[in-house]
Write a protein that binds this ligand. Structure first.
Ligand code: DGL
Length: 275
């Protein structure tokens, strides 16, 4: 039986393990202000980055099915850890388009490197998956990719502790091995890391040099989503601004308190759901 056609006026579904994916929602709002978005943060089970691939795939399926049940026309996986291990399985199990953040991040890195040496900061799960070197390898035969797990950046971003001695010391520890490899690009390969961008950039310039480029995938993902929706005839008509609906699996009040920082706009209306 063929599935009914997707409805361009339906919302986009976006999910992450928690708050960090709102950096992708923010970029989507800038690039596609007319699209409505249903965002799900799996706050009951965050972090994903320290868990094994089978667990992450299971959680990702739960999140995606919850979004499908809310009538979304496509899903943007905002989480790098999920994007590293789950897109194929989601595409097999769900009959709708699945976009993810690794390829756009890899493309931004390949575009920015002149020395063909790319450093990636990400969760332990993303680094262990090898997803970034694979994605870079499909785009460039010359570029080499060096990964560095940077787990402490996630709780620092969640705490709002994005500047000062503690994040600076963490950044020095994480960037030193990449500096030793001679990278000229550092990819922020995790949803949370763009919140620490000023600190990471300052340390990267000091340890690597003023030429270093720090890139993240949020904007490139939003641009990819825009092209995809246009090409498939799935873009919403520009008759009114899109809305954002925020769902979480736990702690809606504290999510609402912190969400504005990630999203860059008010976010008081947050609903808790069960998966
Ligand atoms: N969302 C995750 C990512 O982008 C970071 C937080 C987590 O570990 O769940 O990899």
């Amino acid at each position: 039986m063929t599935a009914p056609p997707l409805d361009p006026s339906a919302p986009l579904g976006v999910f992450d393990s928690g708050l960090g994916g709102l950096t992708v929602v923010r970029a989507l709002r800038e690039v596609l202000p007319e699209e409505s978005i249903v965002y799900l943060g799996d706050t009951a089970r965050v972090p994903y980055g320290t868990k094994g691939p089978d667990t992450v795939v299971k959680y990702a399926l739960g999140c995606s099915k919850a979004l499908v049940a809310r009538g979304v026309k496509a899903i943007v996986i905002a989480c790098n850890t999920v994007s590293a291990v789950a897109p194929e399985r989601l595409r097999i199990e769900l009959d709708l388009p699945i976009l993810s953040v690794i390829e756009p991040g890899a493309r931004a890195a390949v575009a920015a490197t002149t020395r063909h040496r790319i450093g990636v900061l990400a969760t332990a799960g993303t680094i262990a998956s090898g997803a970034y070197p694979r994605a870079v390898g499909t785009l460039s035969t010359r570029a080499e990719t060096f990964g560095q797990a940077a787990p402490l950046f996630v709780p620092l971003a969640e705490e709002g502790w994005t500047e000062g001695d503690v994040p600076r010391l963490a950044a020095e520890r994480y960037l030193a091995p990449l500096a030793a490899k001679g990278v000229d690009v550092v990819v922020l390969g995790c949803t949370h890391y763009p919140l620490l961008r000023p600190t990471i950039e300052e340390v990267a310039r000091r340890l690597i040099g003023p030429h270093v480029a720090v890139v993240d995938s949020a904007h490139a993902t939003a641009e990819d989503t825009a092209s995809f929706l246009r090409e498939r005839g799935l873009a919403r008509r520009k008759e009114s601004p899109g809305t954002v609906k925020l769902l979480v699996t736990d702690m809606p009040r504290s999510f609402a308190d912190q969400a504005a920082r990630f999203l860059g706009e008010d976010a008081h209306d947050v609903h808790a759901i069960d998966l």
